[in-house]
Design a protein around this ligand. Structure first.
Ligand code: SF4
Length: 62
């Protein structure tokens, strides 16, 4: 499962653009991660989001 470090996330939405089925920003600019993150077909998009996050705020849970 992918996780976000809210101390690092600046809610710029890059991950939402790369993996819109997984990430979303609410009205308070807080990132949420949907249960679709568990689906194998979203793994590549999540990897792209982890690599593309300019704040390095996303990571796989160890
Ligand atoms: S790309 Fe990174 S900084 Fe931007 S909203 Fe997603 S987790 Fe936050």
């Amino acid at each position: 499962m992918v996780e976000v470090d809210f101390d690092l996330c600046e809610a710029n939405g890059v991950c939402v653009g790369l993996a819109p089925d997984v990430f979303d920003l609410d009205d308070n600019d807080e990132l949420s991660i949907s249960t679709a993150a568990e689906l194998p077909e979203n793994k590549d998009a999540i990897e792209e989001a982890i690599a593309g996050c300019p704040r390095a705020a996303l990571h796989w849970r160890q």
